[in-house]
Design a protein around this ligand. Structure first.
Ligand code: 5RP
Length: 227
């Protein structure tokens, strides 16, 4: 029998991870096209009686959750989440680079507020070593200082420009996004710590300590790796 997700590995991964959500949970709702499948599947289960609350990581995930009937809450009301499901731009082991959708600051806050952080992606995101440019959310006031500090750490910096907008991308928090290419990142935790110390950088897109990764394959299967 042909698997229904044969041509859609993102859908396979997202929907499978949505199965981790149980009655009574507070759930982090990540951003991006893979997580969108998880949000839609959670919405389908809510329509069937699943009783949960979601914490969105962006306007995108808030809008999608609302469209799919998922009741939302905030970190002020629920500072500890049961599970967070989110996508990634690159995965090596249990470290990932996020921020392709400029949402990594809120995504990291929600991930660090969750007991379990699950990453969903298709197999094209997997790598032996992280090397994807690292998204950095930067205070506009600090742009030049931030660039100087990142260059000092060995990064080649590009200010992310809008696609259907003239000028730079502005994050949901009103900041600029820079993409910093460090080549191969041998020690993601160490680079992350250094970036965290840069004045004017609000947050970087290196996430370590992922609890589980759900990798959708072209044949419709999902490989699950748990830390
Ligand atoms: C947004 C993100 C996304 O999760 C990441 O870019 C992956 O997106 P997609 O599932 O569309 O490939 O980090 O900031």
């Amino acid at each position: 029998m042909k698997n229904q997700h044969q041509s859609n590995p993102k859908q396979a991964a997202g929907e499978r991870a949505a199965g981790l959500v149980e009655d009574g949970m507070v759930v982090g709702l990540g951003t991006g096209s893979t997580t969108a499948y998880a949000i839609k599947e959670i919405g389908r289960r809510v329509a069937d009686g699943l009783d949960i609350l979601g914490v969105p990581t962006s306007y995108q995930s808030a809008f999608l959750a609302a469209q799919n009937g998922i009741p939302l809450t905030t970190l002020d009301e629920h500072p500890e989440l049961d599970i967070d499901i989110d996508g990634a731009d690159q995965i090596a082991g249990f470290s990932v680079i996020k921020g392709g959708g400029a949402a990594h600051t809120r995504e990291k806050i929600v991930a660090l507020s969750s007991k379990t952080f699950v990453v969903v992606a298709d197999e094209s995101k997997c790598s032996d070593i992280l090397s994807h440019p690292v998204p950095l959310e930067v205070l506009p006031f600090a742009l030049k200082l931030a660039i100087k500090q990142v260059i000092k750490l060995g990064g080649k910096v590009e200010l992310r420009m809008g696609v259907s907008k003239d000028g730079p991308v502005i994050s949901d928090n009103g900041n600029f996004i820079m993409d910093a290419d460090f080549g191969k990142i041998d020690d993601p935790a160490s680079l992350g710590e250094k970036l965290s110390q840069c004045c004017g950088i609000v947050e970087h897109g290196i996430f370590t300590g992922v609890d589980a990764v759900y990798i959708g394959k072209k044949d419709g299967s999902v490989e699950i790796k748990e830390a």
